[in-house]
Structures are given as C-alpha cells and as structure tokens.
Write a protein that binds this ligand. Structure first.
Ligand code: OVV
Length: 414
C-alpha cells in the first residue's frame, strides 16, 4: 500500500489563497480536540462560516446553513474525489473506492436506488421482532448482573449480532468488523499517528471483510444476498454487489455502536433526561435524535469542488477540499436554541448527524430502528443508570464514541 500524503509533522504550511477569509492553525484531529471538540467548534464558528486550515490546506465549514448548502449542492461539492482529506483525483486511495459513498451522479444514482430499496422501511419491518427480542435478552442479562459494561454488553454486542445477521455474514470472525471500521473512519482524516497505528494493528481484518462480502459466504436471506440478486437482475454489477456488502460492513457497525454508547453515556450523565425517557419509553426515537445532535457520532467528512465557486463570499478554486463539520452544525446557536443543552424533549430532527442531500446516510432507517429499539427496551425495563467512573473515549479521525462504560443498572418494579 502506498500513501501519497506527507507523514505527520511534515505538512507544509499552506499559504492563505484569498484575502478576507480567516486562516487558522487549528488541527481538528489533535487528541486534545477529540477529547472535547465542542469549545473548539465554537471558536471555529466564531472565526467565520468558512475558514482556511493552514495545516491541511483545506477550507472548513462549521455553520449549520453553510454545511447544509455544501451538502445539498453535490454538482459543485462532489464525492468522487473521496470524502476524506485525500484527493482521489490526484492521490491513490487506500482501498478500492466505494461505489455509493465515493461516487457522483449519474453513476451514484442507480446504485443508491438499489441500496435504498433493499434497506427500505418495508424491508426492515420484518426485522423488528428479532431486534426487539435480542435487545430484551441482552438487557435482561445486564440486569441480572447489575454491574455491567454498557458498551461491551449492549452498544457493541447488539449491532454486531443483529446487523451482522441482517446482512447475512458468517458468525466466525465478527471481531474483525470493528477494527476494520476504525480503519475506514481513520482513513477519512490525515495520515497521522492515529491512522498509522490503526493500520499497523489491523491484522487480517481487511482480508476477512473481503471474504465476508463474497456471495458464497453470505446467507441467502440477508441484505448481502439481495445485493447479489440485484446484480443477477442486471441493476448493478456483481462486483458492485460485493462492494455494497462492504459498504454495509464499513458504515454500519462502528457508527451504530458508538451512537448507542453515546446515548448511554449522555443519559447516564443527565439523570433528569433519563427520567423523562424512562417515564415515557415512546420518547426513544426523539431521544436518539437528540443524542445524534448533541454528541454526533460522525464528526466530519469532506467534499471537493468541481469548479471555481463562491461560498460565503469566498472564492474557492476548482479541486479544493472542503471539510464539512456536521457535529459543529449540530451545535450552531444560529440554528438551535441552547445547543449545548442535552434535552431529549427538544425537536432535534433536522440535525445533520446523518448528513443531508443525495449522500445523506443510506442506512439511517435501520440505524434509527436499532437505536430506538435499544433505548425503548432500556426505558421499559431499567429504573436507574449509574455510571461507575469515567467511560473510555475512543480516538478516531472521523467518528466519536466509547470503548468501555462500566455502569450499574437496576430493574423497574412493575
Ligand atoms: C458512510 C460510509 C462510511 C464508510 C464507508 C462507506 C460509507 C462505504 O460505502 O464503504
């Protein structure tokens, strides 16, 4: 594998390309920023709707409206140059590009339609009872023990089991899913120490994923089989079907796992908000939406300009990378009232945790379904959640979540 980005510490200082735009030495990937990014995002928003990041030679947009404008204008802000810092038009991608994430119209359109049909609400409906039964089993087991790890026993275990089964992958080797996803999400950022360490520890995960995506290794009733059936029908190629299985395994685990962990941490830290949900479990969907807004799992990705364009009064060159900070948009006081308040009763829909526009998360229906079922089942069965010590934060260039969260839970008395 060959990487064309300069190694850490050797980034040249990029000169501000135009007058009238703030230029900062800010590093959105610094460990200190990832530990608590929100005060940094506020500073960034205060510096302007579009800011030049000297260290990486990219613009960053952090205001709600600007983020939405960029995401909903895919003809100018494209995805085919990759949605990470690396520019696929000039640099070799670390893996074969995704045919849905890293593609533009018109090629993207048909692929997206096939993917959307296979993961449509109608197709998901028949999974509801299985997902609910699994959530109940896992939460009952946690209640029996009292002391448990919210991430390991639930946030991690649940998607690995139910989403893995829904795609139809083999049971053996599922421990490779998370490290692979960690690599995928680190690779949207710079080739920094975090990226290199992740790659060095990846082991056989990439090869395992490659095997898991093959038709002969999939069950005949999952999403994976459905992608291959679409290939048989001539809607996509057979290679494309395998790549769509890879998409589900790249995008569908770390994200949902971290989101459920973030939900548990934030509900554990805000007992008043937990009480509101516990007293009315039907609030689960709205509470999940507030978690996605308040502590977004996906923090950032990039777009690349296809031509010269003026954005917020700044003239951007063609082939310019723009960092789109969705987690900052979700805290922008220009859009939200008291954005730094975790409030499960607020109307958090319209948050950009799943992106926006034609590339908005294609798995958001199943992601919401998993999250809602887990939160509703918790709210139905659990009385108190007590965090035992600090949860362990996981550091990744793109996604935010926890690897461990010791807690004590008690059962509701009926
Ligand atoms: C949204 C997302 C994240 C990571 C990977 C992919 C998609 C993919 O299509 O492979």
């Amino acid at each position: 594998m060959k990487f064309t980005q300069p190694p850490e510490g050797e980034y040249e200082k990029h000169i501000v390309p135009v007058k009238g735009v703030s230029s900062l030495n800010f590093d959105p990937y610094a460990a200190e920023v990832l530990t608590n990014p929100y005060p940094h995002y506020e500073e960034l928003r205060e510096a302007g709707p579009i800011v030049w990041l000297e260290r990486y030679g990219v613009y960053v947009v952090s205001h709600y409206n600007t983020v939405r404008d960029v995401l909903t204008n895919p003809d100018v802000f494209c995805s085919s140059a990759g949605v990470g810092l690396s520019n696929f038009h000039t640099e070799k991608p670390w893996r074969q590009p995704s045919i849905i994430l890293e593609a533009d119209q018109p090629e993207h359109t048909g692929v997206r339609a096939v993917f959307a049909r296979i993961l449509s609400p109608r197709a998901l409906k028949k999974l509801t009872t299985t997902f609910e039964a699994e959530a109940e089993t896992m939460i009952d087991r946690m209640l029996e023990n009292g002391e448990c790890d919210g991430v390991v026993d639930l946030a991690h275990a649940f998607p690995i089991k139910v989403f893995g089964d829904a795609v139809g992958i083999m049971n053996e080797g599922r421990e490779h899913l998370l490290p692979y996803g960690d690599m995928v999400f680190n690779a949207f950022g710079p080739v920094n120490g975090r990226f290199k360490e992740c790659l060095a520890n990846l082991g056989p995960a990439t090869e395992w994923i490659y095997e898991a995506c093959k038709r002969e290794n999939l069950t005949d009733d999952g999403f994976g089989a459905a992608f291959y059936a679409a290939a048989d029908a001539g809607e996509i190629t057979h290679e494309g079907a395998g790549l769509l299985v890879r998409t589900t395994l790249s995008a569908g685990l770390d994200t949902t796992i971290f989101t459920m962990g973030n939900a548990l941490v934030n509900l554990g830290r805000h007992p008043d908000q937990w009480a509101i949900l516990r007293d009315e479990p039907k609030r689960a969907r709205a509470a999940l939406e507030e978690v996605l807004r308040y502590d977004s799992t996906f923090h950032s990705f990039y777009r690349t300009t296809t031509r010269e364009i003026e954005l917020e009064g700044v003239k951007l060159d063609k082939n310019q990378k723009v960092l789109v900070l969705v987690a900052s948009a979700n805290r922008d006081p220009r859009h939200w009232t008291e954005p730094d308040k975790f409030d499960v009763t607020r109307k958090a829909t319209g948050n950009m945790g799943f992106g926006a526009g034609i590339h908005g998360c294609a798995g958001q229906m199943i992601a919401r379904m998993e999250g809602e079922i887990v939160l509703r089942t918790l709210a139905t069965k659990v009385e108190t959640i007590e965090l035992l010590g600090e949860p362990s934060l996981h550091f990744n260039n793109t996604v935010r979540g926890y690897t461990s969260m010791p807690m004590r839970i008690t059962a509701k008395k009926h």
